[in-house]
Ligand binder design. Structure first.
Ligand code: ZN
Length: 343
């Protein structure tokens, strides 16, 4: 709408006046206005999401705590977007010929840095983490790791219960921040064998180097994205005469629109790749644990606790789901038992 009405130009002029014609500062002021506008328009939907989670007792946050999280999320988003957008318009202004290649390379470096820093800087803004104390579980993980000839540097208890009833686990970080995080909602309600099955799945992501590979995939998709952005910006200047230069930051909504559109189109491919990784991690878990039954029961518990859709429609799963449906994961585990059974 900003583009169609030309209001984006009015916002840019205001940003210039407010910054006393200072380019980088004007870019930042424009970004603040754009993100705030987006947040306000989206807040109705955000609140609706919060109400739904409350209604089905998935969230146990009070309104005030939720609002505080929203504020923190907005500020974190503004900080990250601020870094990317300032960088983007700096290269657009200084190197209009090859800006998109340089911006792509810089974003790639930022991805790697963020993957490494997220578990120690980003996640603690929203959740508390502490090293896992349970000696039995630690010993199990060491044994799993030894068999895989690998070592995960840490397992952390993820204090999820203060906000949510859902259970979750993940492999995060890069290099010396690589760690497995296990929600306390999982640790408190699952048997040691079930937790071991979840740990084995996360270890599967580690063994198959999924974080590194995902960064590679991101590099590929953002390369296409920046190429398309270069084309769109040139088209908006040369043919449509919407802006006078590439570095006119009133074109930021155009870039956002393009990124959303391409992101949506790329979803089926990216999610298919993610589901492929998840199946690989599941298969790894099945070979690493002594019995398959705890794997299946942990899946059932997760589905019940998180109110997951066990059998989503094929299309919804294909387009939107990063994980195979629970029913498929259980079916695959059962098929694995059949195939592994000695004749
Ligand atoms: Zn996984």
């Amino acid at each position: 709408m900003l583009l169609a009405t030309g209001w984006t130009n009015a916002l840019r002029d205001f940003a210039y006046r407010a910054s006393y014609q200072h380019y980088s500062l004007a870019v930042f002021i424009y970004l603040v206005m754009l993100l705030t506008l987006g947040k306000l328009l989206g807040s109705v939907l955000d609140y609706y999401g919060f109400r739904i989670e409350r209604r089905f007792a998935l969230s146990n946050q009070r309104l005030r705590a939720w609002l505080w999280d929203e504020c923190k999320g907005y500020l974190v988003g503004l900080t990250l977007a601020g870094m990317v957008v300032e960088l983007l318009y700096f290269v657009l202004r200084e190197f209009p010929e090859h800006w998109w290649l340089m911006a792509w390379a810089a974003c790639l470096a930022l991805f790697v840095l963020m993957a490494q820093l997220a578990p120690v800087i980003l996640f603690p803004i929203f959740y508390k983490f502490e090293p896992l104390q349970d000696e039995d579980l630690k010993a199990r993980l060491v044994k799993l790791g030894e068999r895989a000839k690998t070592r995960v540097r840490g397992v952390y208890k993820w204090n999820l219960s203060e906000k949510s009833r859902k259970a979750n686990a993940a492999l995060t970080g890069l290099g010396n921040t690589r760690r497995i995080i296990l929600a306390d909602t999982l640790l408190d309600h699952y048997s040691p064998d079930e937790i071991e099955a979840v740990l084995a799945h996360e270890l599967g992501h580690h063994v198959h180097r999924h974080i590194l590979k995902s960064i590679g995939v991101q590099a590929l998709t953002t390369f296409v994205g920046f190429w398309a952005a270069n084309w769109a910006l040139h088209d908006s200047v040369d043919r449509l005469h919407m802006f006078e230069t590439l570095s006119d930051f009133a074109n930021l909504p155009l870039l956002a629109l393009l990124a959303s559109f391409l992101g949506f189109l790329a979803m089926p491919a990216l999610n298919a790749y993610s589901r492929f990784n998840e199946r690989q991690a599941d298969r790894y878990a099945l070979t690493a644990i002594p019995k398959v039954a705890p794997f299946i029961s942990s899946m059932n518990k997760l589905a019940e606790q998180n109110l997951a859709e066990r059998n989503p429609s094929r299309w919804v799963e294909w387009w939107f789901h990063s994980h195979p449906s629970i029913s498929r994961r259980i079916a695959a585990a059962e098929a694995w038992v059949e195939s592994a059974r000695p004749v």
